[in-house]
Design a protein around this ligand. Structure first.
Ligand code: GDP
Length: 140
């Protein structure tokens, strides 16, 4: 069942490079409502758990190291067709292939340091939102 929600993280590269404000503005301008949000960080263990689905991929170790290298902003977003529309707003995984005007085209430097995460399905949006937020930490 479509939940009209997605989960995002502003990744350590974008936080370090001062892009939190610009990215949140793009998210708001894209019509997404913020249901929950926190400035936090992952460590090697929690980043490993979050990305467990990629455990067998060659880039898993680098991904875990990168995602635990600095602060992140985690948020649950709401909009009709949230998962697909948010992936359109952020652009392709590799910023070199991301469409002009997308968040990754504007703020990402490389395929690993690619500025933002966006859930790839309603099911994963639910799982990922629950990974970071209790029911007391979200509006609605
Ligand atoms: P997404 O859904 O667009 O985030 O892409 P994926 O689910 O395929 O990959 C998850 C994350 O792993 C990406 O956002 C990147 O940060 C990272 N990643 C994907 N492919 C590569 C790669 O080839 N090398 C490295 N170092 N990281 C990658």
């Amino acid at each position: 069942m479509a939940t009209n929600r997605t989960f995002t993280m502003i990744k350590p590269d974008a936080v370090k490079n001062g892009h939190i404000g610009n990215i949140l503005k793009d998210i708001n301008d894209g019509g997404f409502k913020i249901i929950a949000m926190k400035y936090t960080h992952l460590n090697a263990e929690t980043a490993g758990q979050f990305y467990a689905v990629h455990k067998e991929r060659p880039f898993y170790k680098d991904l875990v190291e990168f995602m635990s290298s600095g602060a992140i902003v985690a948020a649950i977003l709401e909009k009709d067709n949230a998962v697909a529309d948010f992936r359109t707003l952020i652009g392709a995984t590799n910023p070199a292939e991301a469409a002009e005007g997308t968040i990754r085209a504007k703020y990402a430097k490389s395929i690993d340091a690619n500025a933002v995460h966006g859930s790839d399905s309603d099911e994963n949006a639910e799982i990922e939102g629950n990974f970071f937020f209790s029911s007391l930490e979200r509006f609605a």
